[in-house]
Design a protein. Structure first.
Length: 73
């Protein structure tokens, strides 16, 4: 039995990397790297992010689109 997820993007990440393969796996390797989370227009509510400036990192959670399988690999 597999779970079906129905989602639509609420934001995208913009960075200097054109593909995911250029992103360092160890975050400390590139001290100057910054990225921007760009919300879709209907989700651009500043109140939703109030207080976020007090944190140095955030976790972005998503479901991998190609990871649904009958067994683990």
């Amino acid at each position: 039995m597999s779970d079906i997820y129905s989602m639509r993007p609420i934001a995208h990440i913009r960075s200097d990397f054109s593909t995911k393969f250029g992103v360092p796996r160890q975050s400390g390797l590139v001290d100057t790297l910054e990225a921007t989370v760009v919300f879709e227009p209907e989700f651009r509510n500043p109140d939703a992010l109030r207080g976020l400036e007090g944190f140095s990192h955030i976790w972005l959670v998503w479901v991998f689109s190609a990871s649904v399988r009958q067994t683990w690999s």
